[in-house]
Design a protein around this ligand. Structure first.
Ligand code: NAD
Length: 318
C-alpha cells in the first residue's frame, strides 16, 4: 500500500527533521507537512504543505478529507517551560489537540498514529535514577500531567477502538537544524550555539543538574523504528521510556572543551526551569524499547558534541 503521511506541528524542532527523514524514505509528495505557522522554505519547497490548527477540528478535518493519511505524526504541543507560563493553553493544546487527532484517525481508519510523550511524565516521587517504565508518576508541571493524561488516552483508544497508536517518552532532544521550542532541556542546545558564536555560555541550570538527553538523529531513528515494528511486538500502548545519554551542564562543558579548549561556562542565579529539572529523572531505563523493537543508542556524549559543533560551525552565520 502506498503511504500518505501527515505531520502536524511540522515546523518545530522535531518536525523539521522528521519531515525530511520521512520524505527521503517515502517520497516528498507522500509526506504532508502542516502547522499553524508559515512553513520554512525547505518544508514548503520540498513537498506538500497544509495549514492545520489541531484546536480547530474543522481545519484538521479538511486535511484528513483531502489527503486520507495512512500515518499521522502529531507533534504540535506546548513544552515544559512555556507551559508553566501559559498553563491553560498548554492543557488545551496538549489534550484537546490529541483527542481531535485520535478521533479523526479512528473516523478515517488511519493505519498508524505517532504521538510523543516525554520524560516530564515523571515527578518528584518517581525513582530518579534508571527510572523504570512502570513506577509512581506524580508530574507537577502542566506539560508533564498533560503528557501523562495523553498517554492514558492513547492506550484507551488502542484498547477501545483498536487504533494503532505508538509513542515514545523522549528525553531532551539536541539538534542543530531547528531551534528548541521552550523546554527545560533547551540549555543543551543553546550552549552549542553560544560556544560557536561567543566561546562562552551562561547555563540556566546548575552545574550538577543531571538530565536524560538524546541527539536528534537517534530520536528520529527511534521514532521510525518504533513505527516500522510489527504491531504484535508493541507491548506498550501508553508510551515507551527512551533513555539516551545522561549528563550535567558541567559534563557537557567538559565535552565541548575537548573540541574547544577555550570554552567557558558560568551559571545563572536560580531560574524557574531549575525546579522543573529537579523534579525529573536523571537517567531512564529503556529496557522495554530494547526488548520490543531492538532499540540501540548510537550517539554518546562525545560523538554528539563533535557533530553539533561541526554542523553549527558550518551553518551559523557569525
Ligand atoms: P516545537 O515547539 O519545536 O514545535 C511544535 C510545533 O507545533 C511548532 O511548529 C508550532 O507552530 C506547532 N503548533 C503549535 N500550536 C499548534 C496548533 N494549534 N496546531 C498545529 N500546530 C501547532 O516542539 P518539538 O520540540 O518539535 O516537540 C514536538 C513534540 O515532541 C511535542 O509533543 C513535545 O512535547 C515532544 N517532545 C519534545 C522534546 C524535545 O526535546 N524537543 C522532548 C520530549 C517530548
Amino acid at each position: 500500500m502506498s503511504e500518505k503521511i501527515l505531520v502536524i506541528g511540522a515546523n518545530g524542532q522535531i518536525g523539521t527533521e522528521l519531515v525530511t527523514a520521512l520524505r527521503a524514505r517515502y517520497g516528498a509528495e507522500q509526506v504532508i507537512a502542516s502547522d499553524i505557522n508559515q512553513p520554512t522554505t525547505a518544508l514548503r519547497e520540498h513537498g506538500p504543505y497544509e495549514y492545520a490548527n489541531v484546536l480547530e477540528k474543522e481545519s484538521l478535518l479538511h486535511v484528513f478529507k483531502e489527503h486520507a493519511p495512512t500515518q499521522v505524526y502529531l507533534l504540535a504541543a506546548i513544552l515544559s517551560a512555556t507551559g508553566e507560563q501559559k498553563p491553560k493553553l498548554a492543557w488545551d493544546l496538549n489534550m484537546n489537540g490529541l483527542i481531535h487527532v485520535l478521533d479523526l484517525a479512528v473516523e478515517f481508519k488511519t493505519a498508524k498514529v505517532f504521538w510523543p510523550s516525554s520524560i516530564a511524565v515523571f515527578g518528584p516521587h518517581s525513582p530518579r535514577i534508571d527510572t523504570p517504565q512502570y513506577c509512581v508518576m506524580d508530574p507537577n508541571t502542566v506539560y508533564g500531567f498533560s503528557k501523562l493524561a495523553g498517554e492514558r488516552w492513547c492506550e484507551y483508544y488502542h484498547a477501545k477502538y483498536g487504533l494503532d497508536v505508538r509513542s515514545i517518552r523522549y528525553p531532551g532532544l539536541i539538534s542543530w537544524k531547528a531551534a528548541p521550542g521552550g523546554g527545560t532541556t533547551d540549555y543543551a542546545v543553546h550552549i552549542f550555539h553560544e560556544a560557536v558564536k561567543d566561546g562562552r555560555y551562561e547555563s540556566f541550570l546548575t552545574a550538577d543538574t543531571r538530565l536524560p538527553m538524546m541527539y536528534m538523529d537517534d530520536a528520529i531513528r527511534a521514532t521510525l523504528t518504533l513505527m516500522d515494528a510489527p504491531a504484535e511486538r508493541i507491548s506498550i500502548r501508553s508510551s515507551y521510556n527512551l533513555g539516551g545519554i545522561s549528563f550535567t551542564p558541567a559534563e557537557l562543558a567538559d565535552a565541548i572543551r575537548t573540541e574547544m579548549p577555550e570554552f567557558e561556562i558560568s551559571y545563572a542565579d536560580r531560574d524557574p526551569r531549575q525546579a522543573i529539572a529537579d523534579s525529573w529523572p536523571q537517567s531512564i531505563d529503556d529496557s522495554y524499547a530494547q526488548k520490543d523493537w531492538d532499540w540501540q543508542l548510537r550517539y554518546d556524549l562525545q560523538r554528539m558534541t563533535a557533530e553539533m559543533l561541526k554542523n553549527l560551525k558550518n551553518t551559523l552565520v557569525l
